[in-house]
Design a protein around this ligand. Structure first.
Ligand SMILES: C[S@@+](CC[C@H](N)C(=O)[O-])C[C@H]1O[C@@H](n2cnc3c(N)ncnc32)[C@H](O)[C@@H]1O
Length: 253
């Protein structure tokens, strides 16, 4: 009868050396050293990845708790880190769509544990999923995000939920509309509040060069008019190498 014993897989001396090198590299203390010694960036990887992610429409097939969420996971992780350190009491989202991002804000905020409200505004809630609508921590408002009624509701919620605000613009991505949203928020945000202007990657920053003036140009136009309102959080913006919101991570002065 043939022996049942399995002999150890034979490795070439080179494979053994590589295995040992690998083990040394993944020792916590050596990872940084090995990365610095052996990794050379071409400088174009983040931009190539942004183009790959955007043009393959991966963002249209991304979900939070089963609900479509048109975002980049790197941004969402970044946002979660910012929310945890900012600990806002009011989250303002312009552009609800299916409700995935609204539920995401609520999930993270519940875990943080302080009293809060999420206000999510969309001009049309026909896409809004019933399971998102059921979240009692989110107030869904059907209106244009640049309308006075939205400004009034934010004013009320600020006094009901005193503290920091996290606001994110993700509705109509034309320059005029985003500029109107930024101006609407001007008297409503205070020092230390956080504003993210999403989809500033459109119009060639670096995707969709045919788009026309969009969120990126709105930020530029706003800053021309009100140069002292915001400080760019460049460290956060660049943390994961690429973002749907380049130039769009803003802290209110
Ligand atoms: C990119 S989607 C929002 C995606 C969502 N925040 C997410 O992460 O899944 C843009 C949404 O903005 C809405 N929208 C378009 N124009 C608007 C306006 N003037 N005011 C408010 N919402 C608007 C659209 O109806 C659409 O649902």
């Amino acid at each position: 009868m043939a022996s049942q014993q399995q002999s150890a897989p034979k490795r070439s001396p080179l494979a053994t050396k590589l295995r040992i090198l690998n083990q040394i590299a993944f020792d916590r203390r050596n990872t940084r050293l090995f990365s610095q010694l052996f990794y050379r960036s071409t400088g174009s990887e983040p931009e190539e990845y942004a183009k790959w992610y955007f043009n393959n429409l991966v963002w249209q097939d991304t979900t939070w708790m089963g609900i479509e969420t048109y975002k980049s996971p790197c941004d969402m992780w970044n946002y979660q880190e910012i929310l945890f350190s900012l600990k806002p009491s009011l989250v303002i989202e312009f552009g609800t769509a299916f409700g995935g991002s609204a539920i995401y804000w609520a999930s993270v905020m519940r875990q943080i544990g302080n009293p809060f409200k999420v206000l999510s505004v969309d001009i049309d809630h026909k896409l809004l999923r019933p399971q998102a609508r059921r979240d009692l921590d989110v107030e869904f408002v059907e209106a244009s995000s640049a309308s006075p009624e939205v400004a009034e509701r934010i004013r009320q919620l600020r006094s009901e939920y005193p503290g920091k605000v996290w606001a994110i613009l993700d509705s109509d991505h034309s320059m005029d509309h985003v500029l109107a949203e930024m101006k609407l928020l001007r008297p409503l945000l205070s020092r230390g509040d956080y504003l993210v202007v999403e989809d500033s990657l459109l119009n060639g920053h670096p995707v969709a060069p045919e788009w026309g003036p969009g969120p990126y140009e709105a930020i530029e136009a706003y800053e021309k008019e009100f140069p002292d309102d915001y400080t760019h959080d460049s460290a956060r913006e660049n943390k994961f190498g690429w973002s749907f919101a380049p130039y769009g991570f803003l802290i209110r002065n």
